[in-house]
Design a protein around this ligand. Sequence first.
Ligand SMILES: Nc1ncnc2c1ncn2[C@@H]1O[C@H](COP(=O)(O)OP(=O)(O)OP(=O)(O)O)[C@@H](O)[C@H]1O
Ligand SMILES: [Mg+2]
Length: 318
Amino acid sequence: MPTDTAMAFHAEGVTKVYADGLRANDALDLRIAPGEVFGLLGPNGAGKSTLVKQIIGLLKPTEGTLRIGEHDLVAHPEIARQLCSYLPQAQMPIDSFKAAEAIELTGRIRGGDRATVRARTDALLEALDITQWRDELGMKLSGGVKRLVGFAMATVLPGRLVILDEPTNDVDPLRRRLLWEQVRRLGDEGCAVMLVTHNVLEAEKSVDRLAVIMDGKIVAEGTPSALKAADRGQLRLQVMLSPGVETPESPEWVRHPVRVGNNLVATIDEDAASAGIDWAVGLMGQGTAEEYALGATTLEDVYIRLTGHASANGEDEA
Ligand SMILES: Nc1ncnc2c1ncn2[C@@H]1O[C@H](COP(=O)(O)OP(=O)(O)OP(=O)(O)O)[C@@H](O)[C@H]1O
Ligand SMILES: [Mg+2]
């Protein structure tokens, strides 16, 4: 594991107030060490992209400091661009480049020598299982393959801080796994990785630590297991409602019920397990529900408790 902790990323007291008065970031403190994969989670509009844009110099903080080691990213956006790699949430415009060309070009622009960049491009295409599209023009690539090419562009010559905004969007479950392996590798090679996502279950499997951001503030931070520790003694009750029924009234000991589609998810005390089962079975008897499951709480339950939102889960939840 890398030991170069001198190059850690630090955000201190970062506040961004937009011209219309909206406080999109409110005194954020964060630290990401080299070798660490850090998740930044939060619902739409929480302030994640606002933070990212300040790190890479697209926006100036109203207050606060952003540093990598001793380097002040706000005072020196040119250093920020050198020290950070960034995969934006929106697709890259690479229509008139072939996949491998786009990746190599990015590596060359970042100052890599031809041989190193070529070798690393080939290795990434192989590792992400997209070699078959290496000579395909960007405009002809499918959404998921384009996303993977974007990831390869962002990481062909990674900076000290690699920022990935929803990297697995549109990517199929098998290649998602390959992508996560590469994210892990970036950490092992000494990069600090900031992973911006709505997908709590994916994050739970991939990050060392995470922060949940809500209305511009950090509402929780820690390892996935530390965040779940607060929910010890709790169970997750999931009721699959019959299509089209109204959400049933739940007893007050059924906490934080959230419905997504026909899926109603809530937490209950371990002591209430049999009452929970009786309630769910009763709903099935009335035809309101089709099935239920009672199990250990996940990071998603913590996220729902903190934000009041269900997360956007990928197809790959295994
Ligand atoms: N240029 C801007 N001017 C004014 N308000 C803005 C601007 N950009 C973003 N906002 C607002 O700031 C808040 C935070 O937006 P931001 O894009 O940082 O959220 P996010 O966490 O990245 O959301 P998402 O998950 O949807 O990408 C939102 O309320 C948004 O409407
Ligand atoms: Mg965003």
